[in-house]
Design a protein around this ligand. Structure first.
Ligand SMILES: [Zn+2]
Length: 302
């Protein structure tokens, strides 16, 4: 007669056949053979290694090799990849890049930490504002607006500037800007609860520069005192009403640009790297993005 342990071992292997459990809960790789028995998900070997970096919330075991207790098997049965996805990926922003098995460990670790450790996709309040390049691009594609929550804290600098869109042909619009360290967020109105977008400002070594003035071919009417922020991805054009404003903003940008990035700031940088390939990604996945996009808080009539 089979021992309890053999029965449990058989049962947990059978769970791999349940819908959703046939692919890694985090990267989608086929035939996962590992499981987080505290989160209730089946994951591939590579992602199981990343779960080991968040031992306070995820404990992993091999489905095939490790002994399983009845309660662990029951828990895995009660959750599983589909149910976990419904919980941990409730509100993944449309423009958030969800890595696959082909992506590097760094990307997948960010995803796993955002999902399980920071629980960013369960509560909107836990989501960090996302890069403007990206939200503008998606908003443009979808003809909608992505609004980012304004954080209540003291900003390095706040004030009105004019900005133009990614193509530099959209005309300049007056916006309220707040600079929170490396995050330059902009709002239609200072009292708005949600930002219209955000520009991530990295450091010199990574190709970020701030210059007074605007490129000579800049179109449209705008305030006199221009500022150009050069990022590895594109140029952001701003215009200030007074020279004093222009100087203050440039000084604020230079402070962060001249400061090397801290390891934790690379999470923001990472999102930017991901954004580089998003143009084609958006086109390719337009329909699936649209579905997710609808779950991002939207405000109309602006
Ligand atoms: Zn995986």
């Amino acid at each position: 007669m089979a021992s309890d342990q053999e029965i449990n071992s058989q049962r947990v292997k059978q769970l791999l056949g349940k819908p959703g459990n046939g692919n890694c809960a985090d990267c989608g790789a086929a035939d996962p053979e590992w499981a987080s028995y505290t989160l209730g998900v089946f994951v591939c070997l590579s992602c199981s290694g990343l779960h080991r970096n968040i031992v306070q919330i995820s404990k992993v075991k091999s489905v095939l090799l490790d002994p399983w207790s009845s309660s662990e098997v029951e828990f895995m049965d009660s959750v599983g990849n589909n149910a976990a996805k419904a919980i941990f990926e409730q509100i993944v922003p449309a423009f958030y890049y969800c890595p696959t098995q082909k992506d590097c460990m760094l990307l997948r670790e960010q995803w796993i930490r955002a999902k399980y450790e920071r629980k960013e996709f369960q509560l909107v309040e836990r989501q960090e504002p996302y890069s403007a390049e990206l939200s503008e691009h998606v908003a443009e594609c979808l003809g909608g607006r992505i609004l980012l929550p304004k954080l209540t804290r003291n900003y390095v600098k706040e004030g009105f500037m004019e900005k133009t869109g990614p193509k530099h042909t959209e005309g300049f619009k007056k916006r309220w800007f707040t600079m929170d360290d490396r995050r330059l967020m902009y709002f239609k109105d200072p009292l708005d609860a949600y930002a219209r977008g955000e520009v991530f400002i990295g450091c010199e070594e990574n190709g970020y520069t701030v210059l007074p003035g605007l490129p000579p071919n800049t179109q449209g009417y705008h305030w006199q005192f221009g500022i150009t922020i050069v990022t590895p991805d594109r140029k952001f054009l701003f215009a200030c009403e007074t020279e004093e404003d222009q100087k203050d903003w440039i000084a604020a940008f230079q402070t962060v640009i001249h400061r090397p990035m801290l390891p934790q700031e690379y999470a923001g940088k990472l999102k930017m790297i991901v954004n580089f390939s998003l143009g084609s990604f958006v086109d390719r996945c337009f329909s699936s993005l649209k579905i997710k996009f609808d779950s991002v808080p939207l405000k109309s009539g602006q």
